[in-house]
Design a protein around this ligand. Sequence first.
Ligand code: ZN
Length: 308
Amino acid sequence: MKTLSIAAALALAALAPAPADAALKVVTTVEGLASLAREVGGDRVQVTSLSRGIQDPHFMDANPTLAVKLRQADLLVDIGLDLEIGWLPPLVNQSRNPDIQPNGKRRLTAASAVAVMEVAQGPVDRSMGDLHPAGNPHFMSDPRRVARVAAAIAAKLGELDSGGAQAYQARLAGFRSRLEESSARWQAQLAPEKGRRIVAHHNSLTYFLDWAGLRAAGYLEPKPGIPPPPSHLAELVGVVKAEDVKGIFLENFYDRRSADIVAKYTGARVVAIPGDVGGFKDERGVLDPKDWFEYMGALVKLVTGALR
Ligand SMILES: [Zn+2]
């Protein structure tokens, strides 16, 4: 009987080992996570990021074509802490892929692997515009936390593809040793600037500054996601002068007019920084980070260059 033979063929296909080219389809919300997945996954994974490095990850369009990518995903890796709350949940629902739902077996939320900074003490009202109600989600510029995220990705990949578990751990070990070498080099570059203060548009550098031994004197946004009123800029001009701030940093998807105003009255430099891996070029078109190492290297270079 024909139906039986089809059923039998399907059953046999399910039992047969997966062909070598059946790479795990990994979808990440941001490019930095995609880079880590490629580092630890190697040839066993095929990685796609839903957002580009030139986009603000807080405000992506929930474009239905992205739901198609999620439908076919063997693993979804997101940042968490509400970074993607405006666009990821509708896409995950549209994908009809039950395993990538929050806490699903094919979902990894990177924030669960790291110690979170700036966790609000009291109640936070998102309707007031605060974009970080669950704590600061911008931990991908801290090599210590990135090491933990990479380990979580390697563990998850090994869980979903047990035949590759050893390979993922071996690649993770290689990634970690590169990370240690690079961190030592970056720390040496930053050493003369320790303790210096900077101003940023959004508090996206909190973890970076903590790792780098630098401090934020203030932010252009009075609260994450709230555009600066003139009174706040006037106050910031005073802070920049008093604390001898040399650099005002902002991801290049932000409007730089407010930063330029503060710079005009203080002499501080406005420096556009990469928001993530991919798509970014600095003012001279030199830095265009293709992977997480290049992104971190670019950030360290731009920050140290502005503080000198
Ligand atoms: Zn943010």
